[in-house]
Design a protein around this ligand. Sequence first.
Ligand SMILES: [Zn+2]
Ligand SMILES: [Zn+2]
Length: 538
Amino acid sequence: MDKQAVRRTLDQLAAFLELQGESAFRVRAVQHAARSELLATGRSSALDELREQVPPGLAEMLRIPGLGAAKVRQIHDSLAIASLADLEAAAGDGRLAALPRFGTKTAENVRRGIASLRRAGGLRLFHHAWDESEAVRRALAGLEDRSALRVEMAGAVRRRCEVIGALELVAVHAEPAARETLVRRLGQAPGVTEITGREGRVTLRFASGTLVDVLLTTPDRFGLDWIRATGSPAHVAGLESRARAMGVSLSVPFPDEPSLYRALGLAWVPPELREGNGELEAAARDGGLPRLVDRSDMRGLLHCHSNYSDGTVSIADWAAACRAAGYEWVGITDHSKSTPYGGGLGTEDVARQHLEIDAVNARASGLRVLKGVEADILADGTLDYGPDVLDRFDFVIGSIHARFGMSEAEMTRRVLAAMDDPHLTILGHPTGRLLLQREPYAIDLEQVLAKAAARVIAVEVNADPHRLDLDWRMVRRGRELGVTFSIGADAHSTGGMTNVAVGLGIARKGWLEPDQVLNTRDAEAFLTFARARLIAAG
Ligand SMILES: [Zn+2]
Ligand SMILES: [Zn+2]
């Protein structure tokens, strides 16, 4: 790590510590210890742990020019804001300007800072890209003169990739002559400040800084163009070479996607699978494509933090929200006692929480609350409650929240050892990555997945859009090995329930079918899965 990189890392470390209210003295002490570690290994365990503790939205806010830790803390504490999107809204509606020591000028600078972050970043997280694409799609679809007959999302957003570069849409206009009108109207759409481009493809720049590529097409070419604008290069190349081999011309009309796939002897391929990973071969066989898991299959919500640890929602409110969302059961999983950040449950807290869950279950109808825990996997691979405490839970998620800097061999040994504990039901966020922020820790996933399959331990697809961990490529590998998965909302508020849709995208990209996902089982079947290893262990 060069000197500049070390300085940047130490600055970030200081900002995180200040965000947590640490004193200047403590900041200097931690920086001092981290400097030698960074020079020796290029990694700081203190920073890795802070990245785990600081809500990712606040870490993003720290990247806004001119917004230091003190101001971010003030914004979070007084306006309860923890995401760029919420901050942008507050900067626009006067709430930010009204804060002591802020004013309209600072609010405007924050708004501009967010825009420049978007421009500079190049890559954004899926949920940000989805929200932006959807807003643009609606704005364009709502053009009053109906010059756009149809506007659809395309590109990596439609494929539900974990991080997104370009935002891409397809817009259909009536006949070739109508293209000019459509281009003119696109340039006048709400928020568009600039339109550039050539025949058939334009780029819109929005006041927010967002760039969106729009492919312009006619109804008879829509099927082909939507497929081209959606698929990965490998998927599109595969289709083209198949067309050549079969002597099928792609210049005849394809008004929709299924008609093109059909012409090539293929079943329609769900967008999430269009990565060039064997989906065309599967689509050529009868029933060769998986029946992908979707929201209607989901009966249970897993990985929810309550106000017993670092969540904000009471047990009763979790139950009510899950019932309203159509779930049959919810697994509450607060942090265990040694989680490095606040709020891990001591033994008495566990007893108190279980009484409260019993009370809620006694009153509730139509929803069952299950007693889970997100237990830390300690450095030696043990779970940080003893068996007597673990026995009191219905199920256990085991996760790593500290000591990320181990070698691959040590880390693999640590996780494999945790899998020997018959209490472990689910391995939580298996690589610890934070997208665009922190690399996964070194671990031999092949060994971990093989053991999970053999021991019938579920592996989590953590649906927090900052994590999306396990990576979908390895989900696919786990599926081949026979691993059972869970989709973990990792929700700290009821708003976090929307994570499930993002996690489903990753599960689908990993080709998962309903019976490979624990959340699709009823509560009894889920509990049977959780107890099976304890019973076998006697
Ligand atoms: Zn966790
Ligand atoms: Zn969690």
